[in-house]
Design a protein around this ligand. Structure first.
Ligand SMILES: [Zn+2]
Length: 111
């Protein structure tokens, strides 16, 4: 079973041009799938905003982002000051990303 996801639409999205994509993010080292993420606008992925982590919930709002499989630390908590918005600042090359279609996403809870 899969769920049709809808993008969050708010001023953050507007600030980035008003369009979004779903990304499937994996650990570069062990290829473990980490999360589904809503990426707003163009440009490279430098930060992961907590409010854009679709699933799983237990990766949000921690001091650091760690791969559950190989325990590599992939990023650390930061606040994006311009928007007062908590996020993980990613380490360069720590994460692999793949664009996925919303209707192809199967959330962990439903596997
Ligand atoms: Zn890993």
């Amino acid at each position: 079973m899969s769920t049709k996801l809808t993008f969050k639409s708010d001023r953050f999205k507007k600030n980035r041009g008003g369009y979004s994509r779903w990304l499937s993010l994996s650990c570069e080292k062990c290829k473990n799938q980490l999360m589904i993420y809503q990426k707003d606008g163009p440009g490279i992925l430098k930060r992961l905003y907590f409010d854009r982590i679709v699933s799983p919930d237990d990766l949000k709002d921690k001091e650091k982002l760690e791969c559950k499989e190989c325990k590599t630390v992939l990023g650390i908590r930061t606040i994006y000051k311009k928007e007062s918005r908590p996020a993980y600042r990613l380490f360069a090359g720590a994460i692999e990303k793949k664009i996925v279609k919303g209707n192809k996403i199967v959330l962990w809870a439903q596997k």
